[in-house]
Design a protein around this ligand. Structure first.
Ligand code: GLV
Ligand code: MN
Ligand code: MN
Length: 411
């Protein structure tokens, strides 16, 4: 019997899973290591066990389910993504890659299809990086980019440590989180951008992921009364910030064709209608497929911060908290995904594409051949509750994943 996806089972699980942390506007709120994230993990463990997968939790809380190979000593094919979400995020981001991977294993089980290599499903911890920075922390430690102590010590805005929160939700596992021998890593994900939807295409064969830089910036001026303080005596941290926000637009517009730049988070203190802002903390996010372009953008932004501080006579701080290089994937994985895409949707319904969003696949790419499959995001919208992918495209994406796994797991 040929292994095939059971679209109804997948749909039922997808809907049931997204009831966990469901928001009124149709999204999910399951940030890293929250009670909802714990419930999502519990559900996965239940389903992994029901699918006869051997469950392991490592010291970063990365959750693995392993299906043995006929030669279990061979390096496994690893599939997955993440189940933490943005605050009020979408139902597809990450979830699709994990539940899609589980469905692939279920399809193999249903058909009684053995594979030479073990197949493992993984849900990585803290991919989004909204509660604990940097993002992709679980896969980053797994790939040897960060050490466990550094990762456990990351704090959220309330000062809660990642390691303590992992303990609190019961997912501080004992398996070492470190690089190990993998045959390849494959991740199914929604595109999160507009190109597949605009082109009316079902599948993106991902060639690689943009590099990016995140920085924390702060200006420190002088709080004072908004009434009696004349304009020429002010040291307004928010005015300096607004100059930098504008300059990020200019940098992105002139720094390289694919360069994007965002100020996504601002905290102003004391944040009062009649007090001149004393301190403002904000973030920078620059991305491009060309690492030199990212580097130049960060340098320009740092100069803009210095100049803005000088003009407003305020103190400044600039700390780059994460830099990841662009990740061009291995040809063997791109080609395996492309063959699977061609056989599922035909020659004219897929395209090669590069990812502007960050993915755990970027770090896995440093330790094993890696590939990704994209399905369209309607309207190109993501990281918001409106995130949506047509169900037929979800199913096609999982079928492509299955095709690629059938090839790679028997190599
Ligand atoms: C992760 O979702 C990112 O691209 O920021
Ligand atoms: Mn994601
Ligand atoms: Mn995301």
């Amino acid at each position: 019997m040929r292994a095939t996806i059971d679209a109804d089972r997948l749909r039922e699980r997808f809907d049931a899973f997204n009831e966990i942390g469901a928001t009124e506007r149709g999204g999910v709120d399951r940030p890293s290591l929250s009670p909802e994230n714990r419930e999502a993990r519990d559900r996965l463990v239940e389903w992994f066990e029901a699918a006869d997968l051997a469950v392991t939790v490592d010291e970063m809380g990365n959750l693995f389910g392993r299906r043995p190979g006929s030669d279990d000593s061979l390096a496994p094919v690893l599939l997955g993504s993440h189940v933490d979400s943005q605050y009020n995020g979408g139902r597809y981001d990450g979830v699709l890659g994990v539940l899609g991977a589980l469905e692939v294993v279920e399809a193999l089980n249903d058909a009684g299809t053995g594979t030479e290599r073990p197949v493992e499903v993984v849900a990585w911890s803290n991919e989004e990086g909204v509660r604990f920075q940097p993002d992709m922390l679980g896969s980053g430690v797994f790939a040897g980019v960060f050490d466990v102590e550094y990762a456990h010590g990351r704090e959220d805005k309330e000062g809660n440590r990642f390691g303590d929160e992992l303990e609190r939700i019961g997912y501080a596992g004992t398996a070492p989180c470190e690089p190990r021998d993998l045959h390849c890593y494959l991740e199914l994900h929604v595109e999160q951008g507009p190109y597949l939807d605009e082109g009316d295409l079902s599948i993106g064969v991902v060639e690689g992921v943009y590099g990016f830089s995140w920085a924390n910036v702060a200006f420190e001026g002088q709080a004072d009364h908004a009434g009696p303080t004349p304009m020429h005596l002010r040291h307004d941290a928010l005015v300096a910030t607004s100059d930098v926000v504008q300059s990020v637009r200019r940098i992105a517009g002139t720094g390289g064709a694919d360069l994007v730049g965002t100020v996504g988070s601002i905290d102003a203190h004391p944040n009062s209608i009649n007090v001149i802002p004393e301190r403002v903390e904000f973030t920078l996010d620059f991305r491009s497929y060309d690492d030199g372009v990212v580097e130049a953008a960060v340098d320009r932004a740092r100069r803009e911060v210095e100049w803005a501080a000088e003009r407003e006579d305020v103190e400044w701080e600039f700390e780059e908290i994460m830099r990841i290089d662009a990740a061009p994937f291995a040809d063997e994985c791109i080609e395996a995904v492309e063959r699977a895409a061609r056989s599922v949707v035909g020659e004219d319904d897929y395209t090669r594409i590069v990812s502007g969003a960050g993915h755990d696949a970027s770090y896995l790419n440093e330790i094993c051949p890696t590939g990704m499959i994209f399905v369209p995001s309607v309207g190109g919208i993501s990281h918001v509750e409106e995130e949506y992918t047509e169900w037929e495209d979800v199913v096609r994406g999982v079928e492509v994943l299955l095709g690629a796994v059938l090839e790679k797991a028997d190599e």
